[in-house]
Design a binder for this molecule. Structure first.
Ligand SMILES: *[C@@H]1O[C@H](CO)[C@@H](O)[C@H](O)[C@H]1NC(C)=O
Ligand SMILES: *[C@@H]1O[C@H](CO)[C@@H](O)[C@H](O)[C@H]1NC(C)=O
Ligand SMILES: *[C@@H]1O[C@H](CO)[C@@H](O)[C@H](O)[C@H]1NC(C)=O
Length: 320
């Protein structure tokens, strides 16, 4: 005979199984082997055959409450992009890049660290948490989605053949890792197959597109034969002799070097660099990874690194 307790237990197990069933790997992850390599597809979030899709996806590791914790002030009345940014846009945008290893490389620790590192750039570049803002300065990431008082329209005529400026279009800073200048809008637009040269405003109207553009920048080398921020972070990059001479080592510091060059790196312990590092450490703590996983100062900082992309070449992003 069934006891009441037995029935309660059985129902409990059924409920647990149902819940697990929905999120479980094996219900939605397809697996096959190509030339001895295991590749997978995980529903819409990682939907091209890839070895990376065999690992946990970002939404399996990083959930909506964590996103809300990281960006807790973004919808406060004094923020400048209320209602714009959300978790959903972040995950949908990442679906293009997860099969390429974004947030899906290495084990869970590396995956969480990469999400924290990417979002640290985003948080630092879109923060309005100056000085004594409530909740502390690090709680104000995703406060902006565009430059508020642009001083110019950022049209560089030397790119008139490849990326001509559209009359009237303004190429001021927009997005999650802000894009400036016609040539950068042109390059991102080409990569994402969206006409950003004619419509740079799409970036401030569509959070998914804004996150996609930032992820493209993270995943793509700025120049041929260079690593991407992703590669230097997850350990796929081996420094050359020149890199070693310039003190460029794999890690978080090198991601700042690739994205901002000498505006942030090789200048000693300056604020623009320290702000980005502080966001990274703060996010690691909030995500339950812990800042002690960030590693020693020489990988975390780029204070002593020579720039990957010195100013003689136009940098891909520039601060306002
Ligand atoms: C998937 O995760 C495992 C650890 O869980 C790791 O060893 C492996 O390298 C990861 N796969 C890829 C393609 O990064
Ligand atoms: C936002 O941009 C994405 C990527 O280009 C696109 O798929 C989506 O339809 C856009 N959303 C809106 C509301 O236009
Ligand atoms: C290494 O640096 C030197 C001096 O800056 C430069 O001339 C050379 O092209 C670099 N080599 C590589 C492979 O980048």
């Amino acid at each position: 005979m069934w006891t009441t307790r037995g029935v309660a237990l059985l129902i409990g197990l059924l409920v647990v199984n149902l819940v697990v069933g929905i999120n479980s790997d094996d219900s939605t992850r397809l697996v096959k082997k190509v030339k001895g390599v295991k590749v997978c597809i995980k529903d819409w979030e990682c939907n091209r055959w890839s070895k990376f899709c065999c690992n946990q996806t970002i939404s399996e590791n990083f959930q909506v409450y964590q996103f809300e914790n990281l960006f807790s002030k973004r919808n406060s009345p004094v923020a400048h992009a209320v209602g714009f940014w959300d978790y959903q846009s972040f995950i949908i945008a990442s679906a293009i890049y997860q099969p390429l290893g974004f947030g899906t490389t290495g084990g869970k620790l590396m995956q969480m660290k990469e999400v924290a590192a990417f979002l640290a750039h985003v948080g630092a570049k879109t923060s309005c948490g100056y000085g004594v803002a409530t909740g502390g300065p690090l709680a104000w990431g995703l406060c902006y989605n565009k430059e508020m008082s642009p001083s110019q329209s950022y049209c560089d005529d030397s790119y008139k053949f490849e990326f001509p400026c559209t009359p009237g279009a303004q190429y001021y800073g927009r997005g999650a890792i802000p894009i400036y200048w016609n040539f950068n809008y042109g390059a991102v637009g080409k990569a994402l197959d969206v006409d950003l040269l004619n419509h740079p405003e799409y970036i401030e109207q569509n959070a998914t597109l804004a996150f996609m553009a930032a992820m493209w920048r993270w995943m793509t080398p700025i120049k041929k034969l260079q690593p991407s921020a992703h590669e230097v972070f997850v350990g796929g990059w081996k420094p050359t002799k020149n890199d070693t001479l310039a003190k460029r080592v794999p890690g978080f510091g090198a991601t700042m070097n690739i994205l901002y060059g000498e505006m942030t790196c090789g200048q000693g312990d300056i604020d623009p660099m320290n702000t980005i590092i502080s966001h990274y450490l703060y996010y690691l703590d909030l995500m339950g990874v812990g800042r002690e996983e960030a590693g020693p100062n020489e990988v975390l900082s780029c204070a002593e690194q020579g720039a990957f992309n010195p100013a003689t070449v136009a940098p891909a992003t520039s601060s306002s």
